[in-house]
Design a protein around this ligand. Sequence first.
Ligand SMILES: O=C(CO)[C@H](O)[C@H](O)COP(=O)(O)O
Length: 262
Amino acid sequence: MSAELSPIDKAKFVAARRAADYVEDGMRVGLGTGSTAAWLVRCLGEMVREDGLKFRGVPTSTRTAELAREVGIEVISLEEAKWLDLTIDGADEFDGELNLIKGGGGALLQEKIVATASDQMIVIADAAKEVHALGAFPLPVEVVPFGWTATRALVEETLVSMDVMGRETTLRMNGSQPFVTDEGNFILDLHLDRIGNPRQLAMVLNQMPGVVENGLFIDICDVVVVGHGDGRVELRDINAGTVTEDRLDFVESDNLFSDLGD
Ligand SMILES: O=C(CO)[C@H](O)[C@H](O)COP(=O)(O)O
């Protein structure tokens, strides 16, 4: 029941539920990864089953693909879709220009490919994800396993030369083994505190041998749907500014929210 969910889960839910309204019949939609994106996938599954919504989804991870199929969404590959009307995904941080850090769930590579193959990217996030400057959340960088220690050394040297604050770099682990992405790569997490020039850092990182992709999403996101634990939703549109809506009706909806909370 809704009362058992924490304010943060309610915030994620209302953001996801509001963003689901952007999906229309016939669309090809990129489906993000993470706990907020999982709420979205469940909401969309409900809309497919209960309201007859007809769309096809391109998942950004095996986890999301499994959940999407489970809830009744038609899943296709990006190759089949060719181009997407919309991608809806979570984020670890967003700033005032709607630039993002993503990859906390390790799916940044597929997420960036899918988002940039879309007419529009909508991010769903609880209000705690908003920052003045990106970088408090460790920046994920996907690297090929071959020579990863050399790649890490190069990344660290470059951060020093760019005078980026922080600079500690850790290999993401899954128990005693390195975490392996869906594409078979490793992830370095860059503990930077504050990124002064995210655009420059994103470009520099991607020029290094061994780096596959980084978690900075610059000029990719069009709208952030910000959820609050009391049911309020803010729409931050890169062109239209901020609109606030009271969506307690989502939280109080017995047949949707309470089912999803199980
Ligand atoms: O980038 C991501 C996965 O790679 C997620 O969108 C990000 O980590 C946010 O996750 P959550 O919604 O669980 O807070």
